[in-house]
Write a protein that binds this ligand. Structure first.
Ligand SMILES: Cc1cc2nc3c(=O)[nH]c(=O)nc-3n(C[C@H](O)[C@H](O)[C@H](O)COP(=O)(O)OP(=O)(O)OC[C@H]3O[C@@H](n4cnc5c(N)ncnc54)[C@H](O)[C@@H]3O)c2cc1C
Length: 396
């Protein structure tokens, strides 16, 4: 038995013994839907427990609270969390975007100050990129950060701030050079949210859940040392953040970010859900589509593995990482739409309806599946990226 094999056994046993009891309230599906204090407290305590057991940030440096081990160990933990369907960890933006960014380009002081508390969920992070009038077009950012001695004064608004109600810090893109346009004149901040003049207002989603906020800045003064890098480097740092966010770069701390219903759950559903009075799986058209989803799922997993073997990616080396978000989020949305069609006439029933299948969790999952096809860059933007950077097609 190799070290990794015995580690897998140890991790499996730990999660079996330590998974938290089922709560008597509905858990959110992902970090983008954490909407009540009850949900947040439960998930935060769970993240802390995993970290204290040594199973988060395993590949991050020990001097900042990480485990200092090869990434393969964290990969095993992530796979085991997925396999055992344990609850997800809520500090996704900290663990997977802000944290790796700070480790890659942060100062020693920033690493000392932020990394360990990201892992333990002591400090929750959010992201202030999108604005009411600019989402895909990030270079149109208008939120201002005006230098004033040893402070910056923030004015403007961000929107769709996931975890905005719970975050202590925000990775924030703002315009520091008055009169500048587009990419120049933007700067990047590690912004404390509990600052007078910063207010968040929860936004209700399609599913009736809350999870993101609009965030207002009204003459909010933050210390000048919240600036990351130098003034004017905001665009470069934002692009680096997006490579972490879209899964194209390694270095993330690990854990899982959602409670995913997967293709095997859909297979089970097909055996129990009924169409026209018979198990849905007996319908040849349904079977045909189900097999296609199973093949696609297996193909995606093998593709992800191939992406880690450079010798198999020589022709278009960036094709797999740059298409990852587009492939997986769209696959998930189509899969969950299919899961509803399996339910025939019961498909339109909603959470709370006594006759809905499995409490309406499939309906909720389907509506929520649009989140990842929009957040972090819409599918159209992702397709543009693949067209331009992988296939070399012209911008227009
Ligand atoms: C669940 C969820 C969580 C989110 N969390 C955060 C967060 O924590 N922080 C944050 O900053 N933002 C967050 N967002 C916002 C997200 O990043 C934006 O919604 C997204 O970038 C799109 O911007 P927009 O909504 O302004 O749409 P727009 O940019 O106005 O786009 C509208 C439509 O036009 C299409 N479009 C735009 N430009 C092009 C183009 N060049 N080519 C082809 N089609 C185009 C888009 O694909 C889309 O269909 C979140 C969004 C969701 C749904």
């Amino acid at each position: 038995m190799t070290d990794l094999d015995s580690f897998r056994t140890e991790v499996a046993a730990w999660f079996e013994a330590n998974r938290p009891p089922e709560p008597d309230f509905l858990l959110p599906e992902s970090f983008m839907e954490v909407g009540t204090d009850q949900q947040f407290d439960y998930l935060r305590a769970w993240q802390r427990k995993i970290y204290e057991a040594g199973y988060l940030g395993m590949a991050w440096p020990t001097q900042y609270g990480g485990g200092g081990k090869p990434q393969a160990f964290q990969d095993i933990v992530n796979a085991e969390m997925t396999r055992q369907k344990v609850p997800f960890v809520p500090n996704t933006i900290g663990l997977n975007w802000a944290g790796p960014l700070i480790l890659a380009i942060g100062t020693e002081a920033e690493k000392q100050r932020y990394i360990k508390n990201i892992l333990s969920a002591e400090d929750i992070w959010c992201q202030g990129f999108s604005e009411p009038d600019n989402g895909s077009d990030l270079a149109a950012t208008t939120t201002r950060a005006t230098s004033d001695g040893d402070h910056y004064i923030l004015n403007g608004a961000k929107i769709w701030t996931s975890l905005g109600s719970y975050a202590k810090y925000m990775i924030l893109l703002a315009r520091t050079e008055p009169g500048s346009t587009r990419y120049a004149g933007l700067s990047y901040f590690l912004c404390p949210m509990h600052t007078p003049g910063i207010e968040t207002q929860p936004i209700r989603k399609l599913t009736g859940e809350y999870g993101f906020t609009q965030t207002f800045f009204r003459d909010a003064r933050i210390p000048a040392d919240c600036l990351m890098g130098r003034e004017g480097e905001g665009w470069k740092i934002a692009m680096m953040t997006l490579t972490f966010e879209r899964g194209a770069t390694g270095g993330q701390a690990g854990g899982i970010a959602r409670q995913a219903l997967n293709v095997h759950d859909v297979l089970e559903l097909a055996q129990t859900a009924r169409r026209d009075g018979r198990p849905a799986i007996e319908d040849p058209l349904m079977r045909d589509q189900l097999v296609r989803f199973l093949i696609e799922d297996q193909g995606d997993r093998l593709t992800a593995t191939r992406g880690t073997i450079p010798a198999l990616c020589t022709e278009r080396p960036h094709a797999i990482p740059l298409s990852q978000k587009l492939r997986t989020s769209e696959h998930r949305r189509r899969l969950l739409q299919f899961a509803l069609t399996l339910q025939g006439a019961n498909a339109p029933r909603w959470v709370g309806d006594a006759n809905t299948f499995e409490g309406g969790k499939w309906q909720r999952a389907y509506f929520n599946s649009f989140s990842s096809t929009i957040g972090g860059g819409t599918s159209q933007i992702q397709a543009n990226i693949v067209a331009e950077r992988v296939l070399g097609l012209p911008k227009d």
